[in-house]
Structures are given as structure tokens and as C-alpha cells.
Design a protein around this ligand. Structure first.
Ligand code: SAM
Length: 438
């Protein structure tokens, strides 16, 4: 028997799942929204919230691709019986357990004959990969039967042949209006439970791209992606009305996202050109997104000696300082360590000044360099030690109480830093979060 859930959602994760999950839990914690994570894996999280979600939250998150409203759950062993053991009776049973009739009823525009529907399947365990393909086709054809029975008509969207995973991209979902038409059926095969649901919100990559490449002043070489900026802002518990500072603001990518989060925004940069560029970009974002009450200032100055205009009582800081020279080839361990040693005083000065301007309980998220080397482990900065030396507490974003299966060996318990590294880059980003004690 399936269980009909209430306020239960599957969050389809971006590529760095631990960072995406940390962002989500921070987002809920910052808003005192009770939640419980019952399944988590690299592609999705199943989360129950105390109150129903407002779908617009997708635009406030940088690490979530889709939010799926769960309509039914079955034990994963039934899915294993149906698609790994290929048990015909188990397959038929799934048709009863998954309320496809309700999903088909909810699908709008399916009577016009012109609409389409899609099925995406995500899984926790690599051994479900093949089963997921079978499940995707099976549920697609069962949906077709169900629509026919209800005198509705919609084409079942296929995938290009070379698609690795049976999953529609956010762009496909947007282009086919699958959210508006409630026409993407999603199955998440978890370790113990499998959810079936309908996509209720999808990440809009076009908006993120617009903010990235259409802002009036660009500086591609040093720019942090808006998606990652948003995640960092959420890690600092930034909510509307809070005062937000980026003391290495560059052209203002992080500031733009903070302004969209309705924070009062302050930028600092040592370079006059960056200060002017950030101002222009903030003016542009306020205009483009009709942020009538947007409040921002950008100041020129050195982070190691914050100018008086940066008052005390800042609520949140998220920033990407200088990460060292651009490298064309993998450095030796010795050279990577030299880069870190050279940067250490700047980071120490920044941490100590940030501690001064933050209010008690205020949070700071910072990127530090993660330098890949020719031989051996990447070379990192000892930022945790440096931050604790000036009085900060290191934040572990995953509070065990929010996880249903928080057993002895809760794997995320001690996570304090998140690495974001591209295969083609020599220097990755390590993200840590600190708090000024209350
Ligand atoms: C990696 S960039 C930041 C890029 C920024 N996130 C963006 O998207 O444009 C680092 C910035 O820190 C600034 N900077 C370097 N040393 C500084 C200092 N001592 N005080 C303030 N800003 C500094 C540089 O001018 C540069 O714009």
C-alpha cells in the first residue's frame, strides 16, 4: 500500500549534492522552518516540512534543480522486485500503489491533444541505474494508458539516444511548460523508500545566465558563478532585511544575489574600478528585477583595515577573496604551499576585521583556495584554525536532529568544508562557514 504524504518534497540536487543539502538545511534553519530529511543521496533529498512550501523558493536556492511534490511512497524493495527481479506481479502492483490516475487528472492541457508529459527517474544506489530506465518507460506507458482512460491526450516525451540518465533537464521542463501543466512525473528511488511525485518548481538556468553574462560590467577571469554565490548567501542565514557584506566584492556577483535576497547590501574592494563596476551592476539588477526598495553601498578600501563606513552589526558576510595566481599547469606541492603562505596574511587580516564588524551570532561564508598538485593531495589553507584563532566558531551545517536516520555513523556529522572543483581547473574552491559566538 502506498502512503499519501503531506508536505513531503523531493529536492533534486545540483552537481555538488552536499553543498546543495547544506544550503537547503541552512535555508530552512534561517527561517525557523521545521523540517525532517528522511532520505538523502547524491541526486535527491526527501524532506518533510511543517508547513507547505511556496514554490517561489526555487529562485532563492542555488543548488536545487527541481522541487517535486511527492504524492505516494512505496518501499524500494517493491521497485527492486519489479525492475531488477523483473517480477510481473510486482510491476502490476506498482500501478496500483502509484496513483497515476490522480497524476493524470491533475495534468492540465492534456485534453487539447497538443501537450506533452515526461517521466524522470532518479536513484540513490548505482545498482538501480538499469532499473531506473525500465521504470521510466514503464511509468510513461502506464501514464499513457491512464490518460486514454480519462479521454485525455498527451505525447510521452522521449530522450535523445545518448542521454545517460532517464531525466529531463531543467531547460526541457521549462521549454515544454511541464511545471505549469503538472506534466513531469518524477520517481526517486531511495535506499529504503521510493517516492512518486510531480514537479512543482524548476530552477531557471536562463535567469542565472542572464545575471552572469548580461550584467553591464563583466570580469570573467575572477567571477564566481551566481549559483554558487546564492548558495554561500544561504549558508550565512541571510534573510530579507539583514545587513550583508562582501568585503572582496569585485564586480559584485555575490552582492547582486544578496540584493535579490532583499538584504541591505554593502560591498568593499580595494580597486576603484571594481567599486564602480559593482555599483553599475547593482543598479542594473535593481532595475531588471524591479527591486524598488533596494539598498546598497559599495566602498573602496582595504579589508585589513575596514573603513569607518562599514559599521559594526553586520549580520552576514559571504565572500571570495583573492585565490592566488592563475595557474597554467599543476604546481609542485612546494609552489602550491608558497602560494598559500603568501595569501595567509591577507586572510588573517580579513578574518580578524570581519570578526570586529559582525554582530554576535552573525555568520561568515568564505572561499579558500584548494590547489591541485602534480603529485599527492591538494594543498589547502588552514582557514578553520585561522578563524578559530580570532574567535569564530566553525559551523557544521548538518544538524543531526533534522535527519530521520541520524545513526551513530551519521556520515555528514563532522562536515565543515565543501569543495567545489572543476576537472579542468587547477585551483578549486573550498567553502567554510563560521559564526561569531553569541
Ligand atoms: C576573486 S575577486 C572577487 C570576485 C567577485 N566575487 C566577483 O564576482 O567579481 C577578489 C577581489 O578582491 C579584491 N581585493 C584584493 N585585495 C583586497 C583587499 N586587501 N581589500 C579589499 N579588496 C581586495 C580584488 O580587487 C578583487 O576584486
Amino acid at each position: 500500500m502506498s502512503i499519501t504524504p503531506k508536505n513531503v518534497y523531493c529536492f533534486i540536487s545540483g552537481k555538488n549534492w552536499k553543498l546543495s543539502l547544506a544550503e537547503l538545511t541552512s535555508y530552512f534553519d534561517a527561517r525557523a522552518c521545521s523540517f525532517e530529511v528522511s532520505e538523502f543521496c547524491r541526486s535527491f533529498f526527501i524532506i518533510k516540512t511543517q508547513t507547505p512550501l511556496d514554490w517561489s523558493i526555487i529562485d532563492e536556492l542555488g543548488g536545487t534543480l527541481k522541487i517535486v511534490e511527492a504524492t505516494a511512497f512505496v518501499p524500494t524493495e517493491h521497485v527492486v522486485d519489479a525492475f531488477i527481479k523483473e517480477d510481473k506481479a510486482a510491476k502490476r502492483q506498482l500501478k496500483f500503489d502509484f496513483p497515476l490516475d490522480v497524476v493524470a487528472e491533475g495534468m492540465s492541457r492534456a485534453d487539447s491533444g497538443k501537450s506533452v508529459f515526461g517521466v524522470s527517474v532518479y536513484w540513490a544506489d548505482p545498482e538501480f541505474r538499469h532499473a531506473a530506465r525500465l521504470a521510466q518507460r514503464y511509468i510513461g506507458s502506464a501514464m499513457k494508458d491512464e490518460l486514454k482512460e480519462q479521454d485525455k491526450k498527451a505525447r510521452f516525451m522521449g530522450f535523445p539516444k545518448d542521454r545517460d540518465n532517464p531525466q529531463l533537464t531543467a531547460v526541457e521542463v521549462i521549454k515544454q511548460n511541464l511545471v505549469e501543466n503538472r506534466a513531469e512525473v518524477v520517481v526517486c528511488i531511495g535506499k529504503t523508500q521510493t517516492a512518486l511525485g510531480v514537479t512543482a518548481a524548476v530552477h531557471d538556468p536562463f535567469e542565472f545566465q542572464k545575471r552572469d553574462v548580461e550584467k553591464p560590467v563583466q570580469r570573467k577571469m575572477f567571477a564566481i558563478p551566481p549559483r554558487l554565490s546564492k548558495i554561500m548567501i544561504n549558508l550565512t542565514w541571510c534573510t530579507p532585511g539583514k545587513t550583508f557584506l562582501d568585503p572582496f566584492c569585485g564586480v559584485g556577483t555575490i552582492l547582486q544575489e544578496a540584493l535579490l535576497s532583499k538584504a541591505t547590501v554593502i560591498g568593499l574592494d580595494i580597486n576603484r574600478w571594481c567599486v564602480d563596476a559593482a555599483k553599475r551592476n547593482l543598479d542594473w539588477i535593481a532595475y531588471e528585477y524591479s527591486l524598488q526598495d533596494a539598498q546598497f553601498t559599495v566602498v573602496q578600501g582595504d579589508v585589513r583595515d575596514m573603513p569607518p563606513k562599514i559599521h559594526r552589526g553586520i549580520d552576514c558576510i559571504a565572500t571570495e577573496p583573492d585565490l592566488g595566481p592563475a595557474l597554467r599547469e599543476l604546481p609542485t606541492v612546494e609552489y602550491a604551499q608558497e602560494i598559500i603562505d603568501h595569501l595567509n596574511p591577507l586572510f588573517e587580516g580579513f578574518l580578524s576585521e570581519s570578526f570586529q564588524v559582525l554582530r554576535e551570532g552573525g555568520r561568515l561564508a568564505v572561499v579558500t583556495p584548494y590547489i591541485k598538485v602534480r603529485l599527492g593531495k591538494p594543498v589547502r589553507m588552514e582557514v578553520q584554525r585561522m578563524a578559530e584563532n580570532v574567535g569564530f566558531t566553525t559551523i557544521t551545517p548538518f544538524s543531526e536532529t533534522a535527519f530521520v536516520e541520524s545513526a551513530e555513523d551519521f556520515p555528514l556529522r563532522d562536515m565543515t568544508a565543501f569543495v567545489e572543483v572543476d576537472e579542468r581547473h587547477m585551483v578549486g574552491r573550498e567553502i567554510s562557514v563560521f559564526q561569531k559566538p553569541t
